[in-house]
Design a binder for this molecule. Structure first.
Ligand SMILES: Cc1ncc(COP(=O)(O)O)c(C=O)c1O
Length: 442
């Protein structure tokens, strides 16, 4: 960090040093320590945030995704404020539960029943348990580069190193954390995403053993890679042929790519889906939903619990968020994606015009930067050539120009980013790319 940056972020740096005495790495989630400068935020409204040093940013990080309505959307604030004067948590039933569950079943194609949980990690655990119980099979197939939470059972091959990935057609199942039980890997098969043949081969190799195929239907956690045309439908068919359930982890795509999620956007209905992040609009909430036949196993053989399940404050937030997103047949998300696409394309064009080897992949409301000579990226291994140093340089310069994003180079749009914000952002990106200049890895 240069002297100018030290001055610019001095209060944030001071607070981080202080926090580091009590919190590991000074942060509440280690992913946050990866930001080029772990900022302390003082104020936030709409799509803008201000840090404790008084620097202002156009915010494309959106708290890693939840803030689909931006910061402190008036309808969300009103709903949560009203609920704050009512019970905060009950450990019993209340009227918001059927209200929000019904809303989800109206919006999401696969949704016939709903379970409320608090974090995405938890929701995925329940979905996997349901799939194993329903099929009476042990193995779960996941894909390289996909993230489904941090617990032992599934924190496997999220971002394996080049040395660890193994055979492209039969990848290694790579644990991602020290202290993880080694035999977690025995219950999981890993494959390359976006490739029907390798999936088919996995079903042949493990006949009658795979309970479920779980995936991010758009690979947001490895730089927002899109499914190839027809891929999701082919996976659906393979799951049906081999008696496995299909689980879409929509914790990022849900209430972001389109109102009915990736399943609605691509017209492929999974058996189960998980939602999180945006569903609560910023309050902690996640959901497992899907076919009644599978979901009804909950409490009838399949155990799960949670003190905060169905928390009224979170459900008030979800009700306000979904109601806002449902306006005019889903117009707010449609518009966020349209404007986001303009931003995505604008960044791509500006890099192309300067001969900078950059690919901006994804969809309007979630896209990511890859500094790579590759013209196309289709699965995790394609991202292993990304120039991480260039990305860090871009993010640091972007911060100093007043543009913040997710610490891995992702941009999230909210429904309150407007066309003037996009224009202003592109001007700032111009300045960033000018500063990156000829050293940008042509
Ligand atoms: C696709 C996906 N699944 C699951 C999770 C885990 O969610 P949480 O961080 O709420 O536990 C995440 C978090 O980023 C995610 O992106």
């Amino acid at each position: 960090m240069g002297a100018e940056d030290e001055r610019r972020y001095s209060r944030s740096r001071e607070l981080l040093a202080r926090a580091s005495q009590w919190l590991p790495q000074g942060v509440s989630s280690p992913f946050r320590a990866r930001a080029p400068v772990p900022l302390y935020i003082a104020e936030a409204a709409g799509c803008r945030i201000t840090d404790v040093d008084g620097n202002e940013y156009l915010d494309y990080g959106l708290a890693w995704g939840p803030l689909i309505l931006g910061h402190r959307h008036p309808r969300l604030v009103e709903a949560v404020r009203a609920q704050a004067d009512r019970p905060h948590t009950l450990g019993a039933q209340h009227e918001l539960e059927p209200l929000v569950a019904e809303q989800i079943c109206r919006i999401v194609p696969c949704a016939e029943r709903v379970c409320f949980t608090s974090s995405g990690t938890e929701a995925v655990q329940l979905a996997l348990r349901l799939a194993r119980a329903h099929t009476r099979r042990r193995l779960v197939l996941k894909f390289e580069g996909h993230y489904h939470g941090w617990v032992d059972t599934i924190l496997l091959s999220h971002h394996p190193s080049v040395d660890a990935v193994g055979d492209p057609d039969d990848p290694a199942v790579v644990p991602e954390s020290a202290g993880q039980v080694p035999n977690a890997a025995e219950n999981v098969v890993v494959r390359r995403w976006n490739d029907v043949d390798t999936l088919e081969a996995a079903f042949r190799k493990h006949p009658g053993e795979i309970a479920a195929v779980v995936m991010e239907a758009v690979l947001c956690n490895s730089g927002c890679l899109l499914p190839r045309e027809g891929y999701l439908g082919a996976v659906r068919d393979l799951c049906d042929t081999h008696g496995a359930l299909l689980i879409f982890d929509e914790i990022i795509t849900g209430f972001r790519v389109a109102l009915p999620g990736a399943q609605g956007r691509y017209g492929v209905t999974p058996d189960l889906a998980t939602f999180g992040k945006a569903i609560g609009g910023g309050l902690p909430l996640s959901v497992v939903t899907g076919r009644a036949e599978v979901m009804e196993l909950v409490g009838r053989g399949v155990s799960f619990g949670g003190t905060f399940n169905g928390n009224p404050l979170s459900l008030a937030g979800a009700h306000a968020t979904l109601t806002e997103l449902e306006r005019e047949g889903g117009a707010p998300l449609f518009e966020a994606n349209r404007l986001g696409e303009r931003l995505r394309e604008g960044i791509q064009q500006r890099a192309d015009a300067r001969g900078i080897a950059l690919r901006v992949t994804g969809f309007g409301a979630a896209f990511a930067l890859h500094f790579t000579p590759r013209r196309e990226l289709t699965h995790y291994r394609d991202t292993l050539d990304d120039d991480e140093a260039q990305l860090q340089r871009f993010m640091r310069l972007a911060l100093s120009e007043g543009v913040s994003m997710v610490a891995d180079g992702r941009f999230y749009m909210s429904v309150v980013h407007g066309k003037d914000d996009v224009r202003e952002t592109l001007e700032r990106v111009d300045s960033v790319l000018d500063q990156m200049g000829g050293e940008s890895g042509r």
